[in-house]
Design a protein around this ligand. Structure first.
Ligand code: AMP
Length: 595
């Protein structure tokens, strides 16, 4: 079975992984790094470099280095409030092409690590991405030679990584995602194994980078060099060094109480050396983190929930490693957040899990999926009887009762079908089973057929003869049920193309079955009770029956005429039917010695 990559295509960083030997893993590049900066450098000579190589090239050639392109993906130029420090038009590339270069690089990392060609992927996008942005992401994947099997929203992927699909039905989850450049909060609800995004809120200009800049400025002020410039007008190269030092110190302060900053010869041969405490950092960062509060409250109110109604709060994004952020989250939501996963890898891990589920390489996880096509069985007359309609959320269960269509039948053959066509033979057969039952008159057997698809995507068919209580079971692997997208599309478009003729065929078959049931019953009744009717009445019934027979065997199917003739025959035999019932009643009473 071909592998499917899970990809977190992030604003600042991207990750790629795959399910290997049943475990979701994230893959490292040649330098042993799992995080790939989402940066692409287009050299004047036409060379394209991605990731750390692109960032290295940026120092010398900033105008030709594209970063944060995700902010531009699927948007018109006039949209959005973020203006990039580069001109894509001057570089003759589109945001889709830049994203494709990143995806191609991630694909290369995976192909090198796994030593095989990979052509399929699941890619995550923010929950608020609209159709155009999702389509642009899909197109970027295709441009990188990947079939995008699914676009998954980031909070959903994170919830999967945290294993929240194991929570009970209707559990509500807040996903607090504070990264380098953006903040998102989403409220999800688990419904029948599927995460529904109830609301999202956030700020596309709020992230850990803000803290780095604040801290860089603070460090500069502490230096207090006599001839120094104001931070805002410092040369870019010095600002960059200060920001890098600030970011490193910030990270260290997530685990340590103090961090030493050392910047040799930063200004006019002078060096800067100082010790920063976590307290200093927190004082500086508090107003920044408090800004996330209003978005959390807004998301809750949009989802019409109170904090008490939430079951879990999970953290995503590197900045949620800061103890100050964790305390703030606990304060906003009135509970400790779940910190069991690496916050900067949770989205990627969720994408990998989803990819593993789709590829069928990951077991024992809930299949967050729906039935791509209807499942049913063939009924009398060769028609499709749908038991689980398409797009039903998995896991699911449904059943129906069937009976024998002819007398003295001893078994029922159940053909399990998948597809959208009205006639059984136009759908795909997934398997067949035979259910034995005691011979009896027509309509005496009772066979219950139950379809269920469990959390692992295994499709079980259970057929039970209710007289003997004997079960026959058929198990169909999810690989058979989970059909490739293009086959699903073909089946659906064929069902639409043939909708009229299929429906006509169904209506004809139903009319034919009714007529075929009535004719022998009329013959039998005439044999038994014909003598008690007037010859005109018998003649009328025979004429009506002959008309039905003619229409049944006519080369052209005339449903309307057949229905009308059957109806006329039915009406002409009303008197006969009443006599039959009376006779049966009389016989029964006589048998029981009442008459
Ligand atoms: P992301 O966008 O999820 O990759 O998050 C990147 C942001 O997380 C950057 O602002 C990093 O500085 C920040 N970050 C990463 N690790 C840590 C850490 N240990 N403590 C504080 N911030 C961190």
């Amino acid at each position: 079975m071909s592998l499917i990559l899970g990809i977190d295509l992030g604003t600042t960083h991207s990750l790629v992984g795959v399910v290997d030997s049943g475990f979701p893993i994230l893959l490292a590049d040649g330098e042993g790094q799992r995080l790939t900066p989402s940066a692409v450098h287009f050299s004047a000579a036409g060379q394209v470099q991605v990731g750390r190589a692109a960032l290295r090239a940026r120092a010398a050639d900033p105008a030709r280095t594209v970063t944060s392109v995700k902010r531009l993906l699927g948007r018109r130029e006039s949209e959005g409030d973020w203006r990039p420090p580069y001109d894509l038009r001057a570089l003759s590339v589109t945001p889709i092409e830049v994203s494709a270069a990143i995806l191609q690089h991630l694909r290369d990392i995976a192909e090198r690590a796994l030593e095989q060609t990979i052509t399929r992927a699941v890619i995550t996008v923010p929950a608020y991405f609209n159709d155009a942005q999702r389509n642009a992401t899909k197109k970027a994947g295709e441009l990188a030679g990947l079939t995008v099997e699914r676009i998954v929203s980031e909070p959903t992927a994170a919830a999967l990584a945290y294993g929240l699909d194991k929570l009970s039905e209707r559990s509500k989850i807040a996903v607090y995602d504070l990264g380098g450049g953006t903040f998102d909060v989403s409220i999800l609800e688990l419904r029948e194994g599927l995460f529904q995004v109830l609301s999202t809120a956030g700020d596309t200009q709020l992230g850990g980078d803000d803290v780095d800049r604040l801290l860089a400025e603070w460090i500069w002020q502490r230096a207090d060099f006599p001839t120094a410039l104001d931070y805002q007008v410092l040369p870019t190269s010095i600002q960059v060094r200060l920001v890098e030092a600030a970011e490193q110190a910030k990270r260290r302060l997530s685990t340590d109480d103090t961090a030493e900053i050392s910047l040799p010869f930063i200004w006019e041969q002078r060096s800067l050396q100082l010790v920063l405490s976590r307290e200093d950092l927190e004082k500086l960062a508090l107003p920044w983190v408090v800004r996330t509060r209003q978005h959390c409250l807004r998301a809750l109110s949009d989802a019409r929930l109170s904090v008490a109604e939430l079951d879990q709060v999970v953290l995503v994004g590197g900045s949620t490693r800061m103890p100050l952020v964790r305390r703030q989250v606990a304060e906003i939501f009135g509970r400790e957040p779940n910190i069991s996963q690496n916050p900067d890898e949770a989205v990627a891990l969720g994408a990998v899990i989803q990819a593993g589920i789709l590829a069928g390489t990951l077991r024992n996880v809930l299949l967050l999926d729906v039935t791509p096509l209807s499942l049913g069985i063939e009924t009398f007359g060769g028609l499709m009887n749908v038991i689980i309609p398409r797009n039903t959320t998995i896991p699911c269960k449904a059943g129906e009762m069937f009976t024998n269509a002819v007398s003295n039948q001893q078994e029922m053959l159940i053909r399990v079908l998948q597809g959208e066509r009205e006639l059984a033979n136009d759908n795909w057969e997934l398997g067949r089973i035979s259910v034995p039952f005691p011979a009896g008159p027509k309509g005496s057997a009772r066979v219950g057929v139950q379809f269920s698809i469990d959390a692992n995507g295994i499709f079980h068919v259970l057929a039970r003869d209710t007289t003997t209580q004997r079960d026959v079971i058929l198990e169909i692997q999810n690989t058979a049920v989970d059909v490739a997208d293009e086959k699903v599309e073909r089946m659906i478009s064929e069902s639409i193309d043939h909708a009229f003729e299929d429906m006509n065929e169904r209506i004809w078959t139903e009319a034919r079955l009714k007529a075929e049931e009535l004719l022998p019953a009329v013959d039998q009744a005439l044999d038994q009770l014909g003598a008690e009717l007037s010859s005109e009445e018998v003649q009328l019934i025979r004429t009506c029956a002959a008309q039905v027979k003619n229409l049944l065997h006519a080369p052209e199917h005339n449903v309307k005429a057949l229905k009308a003739a059957t109806q006329t025959l039915d009406e002409a035999t009303q008197q006969l039917a009443v006599m039959l019932v009376d006779k049966a009643m009389e016989e029964s009473l006589q048998r029981r010695g009442i008459l």
